[in-house]
Design a protein around this ligand. Sequence first.
Ligand SMILES: [Mn+2]
Length: 221
Amino acid sequence: MATWAIGDLHGHYAHLKQLLEFMPLAPEDTIVLLGDVIDRGPDSAAVLRKIHELKKAYPVIFLRGNHEAMLLQARRNREHLPFWVECGGGATLDSYRAKSFDDIPDEDWRLFESSLLYHETDDTIFVHANLDPNLEMSDQSESDLLWRFYDGPIRHVSGKLVVCGHTTQASGLPAFDKCSTCIDTLPESGEGWLTAVNCEQKSFWQVDHLGNRRNDSFLSL
Ligand SMILES: [Mn+2]
């Protein structure tokens, strides 16, 4: 029984489809999506359809990224709409062929609205962006969880492994140390690697836009 985390997708449906074919998922495994599944890339709507399909087969934990937060904020207050559209929301609306927010399916809104700021297990903390290492999770600020960049090992006071996305690793490889890993590896252009990690095995699985696949243990990095 493994827990997998998948890094920032940003509408790159083709990467997601390939990665799911490559990952050796077992029926009882859990999938954590680290947020920023939408915006910038070509097909956010298809990414959402795939997530609904996955939810029928596996426990899926859907974390909120700053892009889901911007979308929700734009819907609540139209003053925020131009900022979200500029940050890649325009591509998301196009993928839905949406002229208004009403053209986005209700089940997608339910998923966005119910997204979690973090997920904590006995040994791991999953979060979109980063956190304050000295604070318990219930005391964290929303802006750290959604926006704070990863700039090196995160030693959380709990001693748990921290798994995050948000800060794109130019190397195309996840950043990893004993206490944390940042698995956002897909560049804005989509020309690069999408990453999943198996948190129990400490291994990662990647696919790129050319159809290449690779997997390795974190211990060999
Ligand atoms: Mn982000």
